[in-house]
Design a protein around this ligand. Structure first.
Ligand code: ATP
Ligand code: MG
Length: 428
């Protein structure tokens, strides 16, 4: 019987699995699934993963529970479980649904129940907090177990990306790899050499690894804050006491800027509070929009519109931010310059972290032969320029932004040879 190993990149936005044929020593197939889960209303044992989750959710008029960016809850100690219908799900159980789907699709291709996998993890699951990090790691281990894997090794995602890039090289190079995804931005600096690909001991090739908890989701949140929330009442005033007008508290709107906080609005107390603001604002139409957003569960569709605008801005000078549903009407042209201002805080954090990473690890620009950028967020021109400016005259390469990590993880199957493990998973 043929032997296979799966390389799994469980991503905030997209997940991918590469099937590695251990006899041939090559990848035979790669499967990609958006990291989305949809639980239709009133059907306790039913859930749908990936692309189909979106169409089913929209088809059902956005009722039921739609879960996006589930990877972000791995490190949240405040998240213990969530009730969906009559069932309760903890973080591992939710993540397991995605891993299970990937395994199922891959097992169909291999015709086997393959239980062996190298699974990626970001360098930091959360802002440099070791407790949260080990919580996330143990939840991911549990999820892999629930999904039916019993021989699992973990590897840093950017190292996965590096190994995929190594396969394309013809000669030895010192490479800075940056993987900019939906949730995190990870760096690794290492010596890649096609002659060494797949060799057992690569310890001396690893120069530095690091990461920061910022990615495309943070950009979308910043966009929602600046451009979306005014349509939901951020700049609206209400009559607090007769004759005295106050702005609706801004803190309320931070809850509609990240996907996972939207549940905050499900509480009756908060719903009543919004109704009060609406009433005392003389029924301001923007607060009406907020009530519609909450009552009709429209969060996903608003964030989808934001993501579309962002994606278009990666290849155009301007792009419309449009939304039209249930009386909520948004139609604004956003220029690249305006977008860059919106994301400037997060952009600076990435830029500062890059400097810190280079300084702390004593990496000089002259030490680097080339850059390899991957991940969806690396397609943003401002991000590419950041690297171009920091490393002038050094070639900037990219591969497939969505599957290179899974491929490289599959190539690192030799991790299973215990006495030749890669450096321990400790971030510097
Ligand atoms: N053309 C584009 N321009 C800008 N951003 C994009 C583009 N295409 C995708 N993205 C963004 O890239 C992110 C997804 O990238 P990717 O699939 O690499 O992340 P991930 O691997 O799921 O996340 P992570 O590695 O952080 O867990 C999303 O935020 C998405 O909106
Ligand atoms: Mg990724």
């Amino acid at each position: 019987m043929k032997k296979f190993l799966y390389g799994i990149d469980f991503g905030t936005t997209n997940s991918a699995l590469s099937i590695f044929d251990e006899e041939k020593g090559e990848i035979t197939n790669t499967i990609m699934v958006p990291s989305l889960i949809y639980f239709p209303e009133g059907q306790d044992d039913e859930y749908i993963i990936g692309e189909e989750a979106i169409s089913a959710y929209l088809h059902d008029g956005m009722r039921g529970r739609f879960i996006k960016s589930v990877k972000q809850i791995l490190s949240r100690s405040s998240f213990t479980e969530t009730r969906i219908g009559r069932k309760r799900f903890n973080a591992a159980a939710l993540v397991a649904l995605i891993l299970k789907e990937l395994k199922l699709r891959a097992d169909k291709v291999t015709g086997q129940d393959c239980r062996k996998a190298v699974i990626g993890r970001p360098v930091f699951f959360d802002d440099d907090d070791t407790q949260k990090d080990s919580l996330a790691q143990s939840r991911l281990e549990k999820a892999a177990d629930l999904a039916g894997f019993d021989a699992v090794r973990f590897q840093f995602e950017p190292i996965g990306a590096a190994f995929a890039y190594e396969k394309t090289l013809l000669q030895k190079k010192t490479v800075l790899v940056a993987d900019l995804g939906g949730g995190t931005t990870d760096f690794t600096c290492l010596v890649l050499d096609p002659v060494n690909a797949g060799r057992r001991n690569r310890k001396e090739n690893f120069l530095a690894t690091g990461g920061i908890y910022i990615g495309g989701d943070s950009f979308d949140s910043a966009f929602m804050w600046e451009k979306g929330t005014p349509y939901f009442g951020k700049n609206t005033r209400y009559q607090a006491v007769p004759g005295k007008y106050l702005y609706v508290p801004k803190s309320l709107f931070s809850n509609i800027c990240t996907w996972d906080k939207m549940n905050f609005f499900n509480s009756v107390r908060v719903k009543n509070e919004i109704e009060d603001y609406y009433y005392f604002s003389d029924k301001d139409p923007m607060l009406k929009n907020l009530i519609t957003l909450v009552n009709q569960n429209l969060g996903y569709s608003v964030f989808h519109a934001i993501e579309q605008t962002k994606i278009e801005l990666s290849s155009r000078n301007s792009s419309p931010f449009t939304y039209s549903r249930s009386g909520i009407e948004i139609n604004e042209l956003i220029s690249v310059k305006e977008y860059e201002d919106i994301i400037s805080k997060d952009f600076m954090k990435i830029s500062n972290y890059l400097d810190e990473f280079l300084t702390t690890n004593d990496i000089k620009v002259k030490d680097i032969d080339c850059l390899f950028l991957t991940g969806g967020t690396s397609m943003i021109p401002a991000i590419r320029n950041l690297f171009r400016l920091r490393f002038p005259d050094i070639p900037l390469n990219s591969g497939d932004n969505f599957i290179s990590v899974a491929k490289g993880l599959a190539y690192s199957g030799y991790l299973f040879e215990e006495d030749n493990k890669l450096p321990p998973l400790t971030a510097n």
